[in-house]
Write a protein that binds this ligand. Structure first.
Ligand code: HEM
Length: 455
């Protein structure tokens, strides 16, 4: 089965049509030549944008000189209703202080402590599956949201506030297509920033709920009764430079991004992985054999974190899915000074786009870039390609805080599902990737599930 790709637009279309297509989905707006092109440029009276598509330029922007290519105000504006001043949108010293306080909570040792909560979420996700045809994007969203609530606040998704955050968040996304468009269509400076009333209301409602959770946790920390989870860890970590901790208001912004970045992305990657596995029955059989290492733990207490080492093929499969369907398809930065990229002059304010989608499928770098070949990850040559062009979690100092967390969570949930369930594709239900806030399937991802518990 060849992994589905988006439609590609012809090389040249009028600008107005481009914008209309863009509003629908940013992936199908891109011409197929971008899988080979080293750079693409759009230059209009109010917009100058380049997509950099070579490892050296990507490295320059993300790793060598990230301070010269910060996140733009536009990205911040599109997300500010929901995320306030969270680490995802800030720059400079504000951002650096936030990372110093957040990063320790996601280090290896803490992941080990978080593992029992991930396990409980994986068990619950497997228990919710039903035999028959099922839409798995929704199921994986539910599972990933459950992981976030359990690891951050020690509550399952069934908790009343957690359920309400999850439900409101979905309503927010439906009412707020602008959330992703604002980030990528650079509106001219004079254009009005408009959020529909419903979007403003759902954002306020979500933030009120998160404030309730965070304020209650602050009170528990002061009373000495707080559980030892990620929220407590982050809220009690002192910035080694300034000695300050997050206030409740600052923490609300961070919780909003953990929820948003942590559940949408993982859900997208998990659902695409399940689809790819369903389409490759022989590979799936090997994964199921590997997943049997979980059998003694089913229905019982969490295995040791080290069990993840027993799932190398599942890990490679997830990596291959991230290469083909990176949940965050494009990263947007802004040049702050004059630059010359491949002979083209960029002024301050030029949008610089790095595309995990195009780098992961770059025809100059990968063998059979559009094919699902998880076994490629066992080859040294792939590791070299990955160093150049595998950036689903970004790279450099702004690399995803949750990358290790996401890998652990995904491998565990996949192993837990594959241990007992057989997945098949459904005739006539080929998912078409579109980029909403993350890369999703236009009509969802439908799979036929068969319960293998009996044998
Ligand atoms: C498969 C799952 C995930 C993927 C593919 C992913 C991908 C990314 C990417 C590409 C960025 C950089 C965005 C940019 O620079 O514009 C990012 C940033 C971030 N991610 Fe993730 N992420 C995942 C899961 C998570 C999880 C589970 C968490 C936390 C619980 C998380 C928290 C964050 C945060 C806080 C940032 C902002 C970092 C900064 O700007 O300094 N992510 N993620």
């Amino acid at each position: 089965m060849r992994p589905p790709m988006p439609d590609h637009r012809p090389d040249s279309v009028p600008f107005w049509r481009h914008v209309r297509m863009f509003r629908r989905d940013i992936l199908s707006t891109q011409p197929a030549r971008l899988y080979r092109a080293k750079m693409a440029e759009v230059k209009l009276p109010f917009l100058h944008s380049v997509m950099v598509n070579t490892p050296d330029l990507v490295r320059l922007v993300l790793q060598d000189r990230p301070a010269d290519f910060p996140k733009s105000e536009r990205v911040r504006e599109g997300l500010r209703l929901l995320l306030g001043d969270s680490v995802f949108v800030t720059n400079g010293e504000t951002w650096a202080r936030q990372r110093r306080m957040i990063d320790p909570a996601f280090e290896g040792g803490r992941l080990r402590d978080t593992f029992p909560a991930m396990w409980a979420a994986a068990e619950a996700a497997a228990a919710r599956l039903e035999p028959g045809v099922q839409e798995v994007e929704e199921a994986m969203s539910h599972a990933a949201a459950d992981v976030i609530f359990r690891t951050l606040f020690s509550i399952p998704i069934e908790d009343a506030t957690a359920t309400e955050v999850y439900r409101s968040f979905r309503a927010h996304q439906r009412s707020s297509p602008i959330l992703n468009l604002a980030a990528l269509i650079p509106l001219p400076g004079w254009a009005p920033r408009y959020f529909p009333r419903q979007t403003r209301e759902t954002a306020r409602h979500i933030r009120n709920l998160i404030t309730e959770l965070t304020a209650a946790r602050m009170a528990a920390i002061r009373a000495g009764t707080a559980p030892d989870d990620l929220a407590t860890k982050i809220m009690t970590t002192r910035d080694p430079v300034t000695g300050s901790t997050f206030t409740t208001a600052e923490m609300v912004d961070q919780v909003a991004i953990f929820f948003l970045a942590g559940h949408e992305t993982s859900a997208s990657a998990l659902a695409w992985t399940l689809y790819l596995v369903a389409g490759h029955p022989e590979w799936q059989a090997q994964l199921r054999t590997e997943a049997q290492a979980l059998r003694p733990h089913l229905g019982g207490s969490a295995p040791d974190f080290g069990i993840l080492r027993q799932f190398p093929l599942i890990r490679d499969t997830f990596r291959e899915a991230l290469r083909l369907y990176p949940p965050v398809p494009m990263l947007v930065r802004e040049a702050t000074r004059r630059e010359t990229f491949r002979g083209r002059r960029l002024g301050p304010g030029t949008q610089v786009i790095v595309s995990p989608w195009h780098m992961g499928r770059n025809e100059r770098i990968w063998d059979a870039p559009h094919e699902f070949r998880p076994e490629r990850w066992q080859q040294a040559q792939t590791r070299a390609c990955a160093r150049e062009a595998f950036i689903p979690f970004s790279a450099g100092p702004r690399v995803c805080t949750g990358a290790g967390f996401a890998m652990a969570e995904a491998v565990l949930i996949l192993a837990r599902i594959l241990c007992e369930w057989e997945l098949g594709t459904v005739a006539g239900r080929v998912p078409v990737p579109v980029a909403h806030m993350t890369v999703r399937a236009q009509e969802g991802i439908w799979l036929a599930l068969q319960d293998r518990r009996a044998g």
